[in-house]
Ligand binder design. Structure first.
Ligand code: ZN
Ligand code: MN
Length: 134
């Protein structure tokens, strides 16, 4: 799939750096607040526009979970997440079966598979520990 390439502006660079500096899969609001510390004149609209451009360029991922706000991921490679049903935390899952699943789907389908999406829902270790105590 062809990816659009646009020029890298200062704002876009800062937004990308902020997103890559965390593993928390933040919302646009969080990114806005962090990037504003570096670029005080930044607007939320600019953040949304640049996040959208970065997504189209294949540099970041947008994770949408139905009714809640989109979250963003500075790691553009397909990988899995576990969403905590208690606190909403989104954690990376170290589970290197992405290509294997594509291959299996391709075998089942008998024609080209490009990518897949898979989400896991459960408890984060913190919420699990809390539940054990109750
Ligand atoms: Zn949790
Ligand atoms: Mn991730």
């Amino acid at each position: 799939m062809a990816k659009k390439q646009r020029r890298m502006t200062k704002q876009k660079r800062v937004i990308l750096d902020v997103l890559r500096s965390t593993t928390s899969h933040p919302t646009a609001d969080w990114i806005y607040n962090e990037a504003k510390k570096i670029l005080p004149n930044l607007s939320l609209g600019t953040v949304y526009r640049n996040l959208n451009n970065l997504k189209e360029e294949g540099k970041i991922l947008e994770l949408s979970y139905g009714s809640t706000y989109s979250r963003f991921d500075g790691n553009p490679e397909n990988h899995y997440h576990c969403v905590c049903v208690e606190c909403g935390k989104v954690a990376d899952l170290d589970m290197p079966v992405v290509e294997e699943l594509d291959k299996k789907a391709q075998e089942a389908q008998g024609s080209s598979i490009f990518y897949h999406r898979l989400e896991f829902y459960g408890l984060c270790p913190h919420c699990e520990e809390k539940e054990m105590k109750n």
